[in-house]
Design a protein around this ligand. Sequence first.
Ligand code: GLC
Length: 570
Amino acid sequence: MDRRTFIKGAMALTAAAWTNPMIIISAAENISWWQKKPVYQIYPKSFLDTTGSGTGDLRGVIQKLDYIKSLDAGAIWLTPIYPSPMVDNGYDISDYTGINPLFGTMADFDELIAEAKARDIKIVMDLVFNHTSDKHPWFLESKSSRDNPKADWYIWRDKKTNWRGIFGGSAWQWCEERQQYYLHTFATQQPDLNWENPDVRRALYDAANFWLDKGVGGFRIDAIVYIKKPKDFVDGTPDADGTCSVHNMTANTPGILDFLHEFKREVFDGKNIFTVGEANSVKPEDLKYWVGSQGVFNMLFEFSHVNIMFPNGDEVWHHAKPIRLTNLKKALSDSQAATRDSWYPIYFENHDRSRSIETFFPHGTDKILAAKALAMILFTLRGTPFIYQGEELGFANTKFNSIDDYDDISSRGEYNLARADGLSDKEAMRFVQRFSRDNARTPMQWNTSANAGFTAGKPWLPVHKDFKICNAAVEDLDKNSVLNFYRQLSAFRNSSEVLISGEYAELYHNNEELFIFTRTLGNKKICTAINFTTRKINFPNDFKFGKKIFGNYPDEKNYLRPTEAAIYEF
Ligand code: GLC
């Protein structure tokens, strides 16, 4: 049967899925600049080293602005570049209004803003306001006595609870000087700020406004769900290791939105910027309080689709369960539905996640097909696509054999937890290799020269072994590369009214092999179809083809080949 006959036959069949889609989402009006183009996320430490130090720097970002422009990105989100002891690679800040000398100077930053502006690209800063470094002068003062002016800028208690920190171990640390414990949701060296104190909030708002005065285009707001703590601390239900995740005890504590509305009034309101909060475990039904007209941010990174391997929500790596496509589809569709009157940040990768081509597809999947398939989702869902450095080149996970070779602090915490739960070194390492944040942090692969052109020195983390074939220079010259696919998709998405504003509808919701959805605006429709298996799969009987405009296979069949994905226009 040729394709034409197939379509004719298919049209004669019931079109139930098309006329009765699972979810319909209405179009947005008044589109802002940050809705029109993707955001490119840079992890500066691993981007480009211009000094031979082995660590990337701001001048490296300036050098690669044309590369980012080639992806038609409208903004660059920089993970923290502030002074920091780098225990958590910059998420432990010791000065909110400075530049870490490791990355350069304030003059470099000003030049970056200007050079990016010349290319119509805005710079977006990462605000880490739940905690500081334990070397921040505020903390040094706070810990010095119980009656200094900053004595209650952090969370101090005489007694600790059984909470486990997100990076492992107790969430409380004893301080000899004060003879008290302080709370740290993340590492011991990241003490939590006390948002109940108005002086703390004022100091944080001033820091954010400092960067706005410099002309930044917005903020990604880190770990924001933890800023409000429950009033009276009590022990939580003990987990197997005798402690209970701090996340379950403090995330989204009622009253948090009052703080955030104040934050919005004092910093964001009336500015032509965007804000995206990192908000693990905000439920889709609560999204309306966080984003949109009633909300506080423009977008929210919630984790529902990236955490589908942790159905009970504990995020302990060795508790990971096999992924079901229907769960991924449900998470994405629920989020699309929940942001129907607001906006969604579409992402599969960032500096905290393993590489997506290894996360969402079965073992053995062709990596280039997978990278292009995910790109088709990234650019055709409703929202702003966020590209994480290397994703546009099809980067894969790295693999170190010993826990000592991992830099990521959470990898060590998870390894210890797995060992304490009785897993062997080999078993624990399997989970570290799969989930380590170092998977996303290996240096960018620019070309085939030594260290992939990332540094003339010794890279702070080893370059991925496949860099000779997977790098920007090689992919630039290959018209079928993942990079050129990203460029084409981005340009298409940015000029497509249907993709920017069209309604979202998911079809064939219960299908465990295919993800198919449409975007509709007036009488125009775009349909994305992906085969998530490594087998040939037939289209559903009533599937309508349209004109194929993108695909990860060059030609077209009336079935989907392994990992085949296509975008159709009607
Ligand atoms: C966020 C960051 C992560 C960091 C943590 C603590 O989740 O994305 O990299 O370790 O907050 O600041």
